[in-house]
Structure formats: structure tokens, C-alpha cells
Design a protein around this ligand. Structure first.
Ligand code: C5P
Length: 233
């Protein structure tokens, strides 16, 4: 598979378990997501090891700062040779444009996407910070702003994929967590979709953690998901 749709979330506290899991998987079958916990603990050295094994990496650090600082952080992240990086759309147009411009000037630009609203925020949390808008409208507004600012896509809940695909067109990259194969445990996720349903709804890539990382046989779990979505990807 040349463009695997599954991004496995390496939610680990350190390099040892992260590398152990990666070595059980294959870069032909998935990409890997390294987030704040793992990157803070291990730094770029772990990324180098993962990339040496052939994996493409989504470096999920969700930058959110003044435009210049965000742009420089994006440039530094891009220089690590990763496949995808991200920022918060709530940083606003100037920040998004600065990030897009910084990334596009890199020799090997990663995909740059934005988080719209954190899905951990309920309507009440959103109104508490002064946003008096339905979360779905806010997500769409931020996704459009992200697109206008020249970024490649957004992270979104599987439930929002259809709406965003309709309004942002076919080329906009939609990266979707909260995915659970039909037989898998929900863990702490609540509004989930199966891999097949999420891709049918318009997702470009699926972020999947525990259904693979906690499986007795992670490779087998990954193979089964890829089998389920074969033909859709
Ligand atoms: O184990 P699980 O499949 O629930 O992991 C999902 C991954 O996607 C985790 O790394 C989690 O932090 C991330 N994520 C999420 N929901 C979001 C954004 C990111 O679950 N809205």
C-alpha cells in the first residue's frame, strides 16, 4: 500500500514501548503519530529511529502561539523530515498564514493541518470561553479559515467529516480520530465510527490508537482494519 490510511497513535511515555510497538508493525501498512507526551520525553532522536525504519510520522504538537513563534516552530518541525505537522486554528488567520508560509519555504514541506475545536470540549465548555455558537458551526468556520489560509486540512471528529467534505471540497485533508472497529472496546471515546464508515463519510486518514496498540497482536489488528477498508482507501 503506497498511501496507508491508518495513522497509529504512539501514546507512550518513552522510546522503549514506542519502538517495540513500531517494530511489530510495517511502514507499508500504516503511518505513526508522535504526540506531546512521547516527543517531550524522547525528542527528535526517536523520530529519526522511526523514520530509519521507513515510517512516515505525523508530529502532533498542535502549535498555538503568536504568528512568528508558530512559524518558526513549524519550520523546526518540518526540518525534522516528518510527513505531517499541526497547529491550532484558534490561533487565527495571521498565525495560520505565517505557519503555511514557513512550511512552504522548506525543502521537503510536510502536510500542515489544523485542529479546529478540541473534541473534548462540550457545548458548555465552549460557551464558557465566550464562543456563543454551535460547535458544529464553529468547526466549519475554523475549517474554512484554515483552508483560506493555505493549509492542507484539519483534524476533525468522524461525525464532522461529511459536513466538512461537503464544504471544503475533495482535496482538503480530513484526519479523523475516534475510530473503533465494530468489535473493539470504546475505551474513553464516546462518539466513534468504524474505519469503513469514516472513510465513506470522507475521511482522508484515520488516527487509531488503542484498538491497535493494546491488541494482543497489533500487526493482526492493523491487517484486519486494512482489510476492512480495502477498496475505499
Ligand atoms: O486510543 P485511541 O484510538 O482513542 O487514540 C486516539 C488518538 O487520537 C490519541 O492520540 C488521542 O489523543 C487523539 N485524538 C483524539 N481525539 C481528538 C484529537 C486527537 O482521540 N479529537
Amino acid at each position: 500500500m503506497s498511501d496507508p490510511k491508518i495513522i497509529v497513535a504512539l501514546d507512550y511515555p518513552g522510546a522503549v514501548p514506542a519502538l517495540a510497538l513500531a517494530h511489530r508493525l510495517s511502514p507499508e501498512l500504516c503511518r505513526l503519530k508522535v504526540g506531546k507526551e512521547l516527543f517531550t520525553a524522547t525528542g527528535p532522536a526517536l523520530l529519526e529511529q522511526l523514520m530509519k525504519s521507513g515510517f512516515e510520522i505525523f508530529l502532533d504538537l498542535k502549535f498555538h502561539d503568536i504568528p512568528n513563534t508558530t512559524a518558526q516552530a513549524c519550520k523546526a518541525a518540518a526540518s525534522l523530515g516528518v510527513w505531517m505537522i499541526n497547529v491550532h486554528a484558534l490561533g487565527g488567520r495571521k498565525m495560520l498564514e505565517a505557519a503555511a508560509s514557513a512550511v512552504s519555504s522548506c525543502s521537503k514541506p510536510p502536510k500542515l493541518i489544523a485542529v479546529t475545536l478540541l473534541t473534548s470540549m462540550a457545548e458548555q465548555d465552549i460557551s464558557e470561553i465566550g464562543i456563543n455558537m454551535a460547535s458544529e458551526d464553529m468547526v466549519l468556520r475554523l475549517a474554512k479559515l484554515t483552508q483560506e489560509a493555505g493549509l492542507d486540512g484539519v483534524v476533525c471528529s468522524a461525525m464532522e467529516t461529511e459536513l466538512l467534505r461537503k464544504h471544503c471540497g475533495n482535496k482538503f485533508c480530513l484526519v479523523t480520530p475516534g475510530i473503533r472497529p465494530a468489535a473493539a472496546s470504546l475505551d474513553d471515546q464516546s462518539r466513534v465510527m468504524t474505519p469503513e464508515a469514516a472513510l465513506r463519510a470522507g475521511a482522508s486518514y484515520l488516527v487509531i490508537g488503542r484498538p491497535i496498540t493494546k491488541a494482543t497482536d497489533p500487526l493482526q489488528a492493523l491487517l484486519e482494519i486494512n482489510q476492512e477498508i480495502q477498496g475505499l482507501a
